[in-house]
Design a protein around this ligand. Structure first.
Ligand code: ADP
Ligand code: MG
Length: 369
């Protein structure tokens, strides 16, 4: 088990990279730290690896305090975005390196290297030099080099970020299968929400050094703790509404009924007039099909393969994205009638500050084609 206790990191110039971060990983868990560039993910990983000292706080591994233990004693495997392979060594020599340092018998090293290359499905590349490999292949070597040490903990820092989209998807799926099969405790860092949702048993969302929400991918997606998480995870239209009678919510251009709300929304105790934050995923919007909906002025239609994304605005100028599957008989420039998928919309109370802070979507004046 890995535990971070109130870890802080302030760099010499005063940058607070990690702020009061506490976190526990259970054995065999894949925990994904997700956040935008510069939010402190790599610094957190480096602190766990022992490559960086925390300004304060403790790191525990299986109940032992390892905060001051040198990196090579921690039995932690590391994989970075840029592979960091030894250029003059073959693939097999790269993978064997750590075992040689540990002075394992030659035969044993050969066997474990072969097993590791098999695991990442590149046995045929054993004698190649890194410069002759593709990005995806290099990352497999880096992974094999970490796994061959049978680490108690695996740290992956944006391992797929340098790969092109197709390869990234493929390797992500393989990683998911492999890590779950090996039941290796993994701390995985990424800024890519698709990766986080697909790979993580749990996801921790970071913002400017702080962990703002921890939960299963489904919890994070369905019940974002705030507008930052909602926007960062998946696509979200975040609007500010006002409570009306009967637990209805006035959005200005339409009124949300109670039946539209996600179960997690707790608006029962809010008085009429209270501000609420409303998270509407693009897939939560549906054609009104004759029923009472709201007018939506389509400005752009994007074909996304399995669905269409409509960008447009409401009668109050709120900009919304809506994802509709299948064939459409509408075009940009046309008004459409949209409604909400029942039970989908997540709503939470907001303080007065937040309400005005998040308001621009609502008041934005945009030209309607
Ligand atoms: N060695 C360093 N010295 C000073 N500031 C640093 C150093 N490393 C990272 N930072 C700063 O700490 C913050 C977090 O960086 P980092 O952990 O690399 O974020 P992420 O991996 O999420 O992109 C950034 O503001 C970055 O500029
Ligand atoms: Mg980073």
């Amino acid at each position: 088990m890995l535990e971070l206790r109130e870890v802080n990191k302030v760099f010499s110039m005063g940058t607070v990279a990690v702020k009061n971060l506490s976190l526990s990983l259970v054995d065999g868990e894949i925990f994904v730290l997700l956040g935008p560039s510069g939010c402190g993910k790599t610094t957190t990983l480096r602190i766990v690896a022992g490559l960086e000292n925390p300004t304060s706080g403790r790191i525990l591994l299986d109940g032992r305090d390892i905060t001051s233990m040198p990196p090579e004693k921690r039995n932690i495997g590391l994989v970075f975005q840029d592979y960091a392979l030894f250029p003059h060594m073959s693939v097999a020599q790269n993978v064997a390196f750590g075992l040689r340092v540990r002075r394992l018998p030659q035969e044993k090293i050969k066997q474990r290297v072969a097993e590791a290359l098999e695991m990442v499905r590149i046995p045929e590349l054993a004698n190649r030099l890194p410069k002759t490999l593709s990005g995806g292949q290099k990352q497999r070597v880096a992974l094999a080099r970490a796994l061959v040490m049978e680490p108690g903990l695996l740290l992956l820092d944006e391992p797929l970020a340098a790969l092109d989209a197709k390869l990234r998807d493929e390797l992500r799926q393989e990683l998911s299968v492999l890590l779950k099969k090996l039941k290796i405790t993994t701390l995985y860092v990424t800024h890519d929400q698709t990766e986080a949702l697909a790979l993580g048993h749990r996801v921790g969302v970071m913002r400017t050094g702080e962990l703002v929400q921890v939960g299963t991918p489904q919890e994070i997606y369905r019940k974002p703790a705030n507008a930052f998480v909602a926007r960062f995870i998946g696509n979200a239209n975040v609007l500010i509404g006002r409570m009306a009678s009967g637990q209805r919510i006035d959005l200005g251009f339409t009124v949300l009924e109670k039946r539209h709300l996600n179960m997690e929304s707790d608006v029962a105790d809010l008085p009429p007039g209270a501000s609420v934050q409303v998270v509407i995923r693009p897939e939560h919007l549906v054609p009104a099909n004759g029923a009472r909906g709201f007018a939506f002025y389509i400005q752009d239609i994007q074909f996304l393969g399995d669905r269409f994304r409509l960008l447009g605005s409401t009668s109050t100028g709120a900009v919304l994205a809506a994802d509709l599957p299948g064939a459409l008989d509408i075009a940009a420039g046309m008004p459409a009638q949209l409604s909400f998928r029942e039970g989908s919309i997540y709503v939470e109370a907001v303080s007065g500050d937040q309400a005005s802070h998040s308001a621009p979507d609502y008041t934005r004046d945009i030209a309607i084609a």
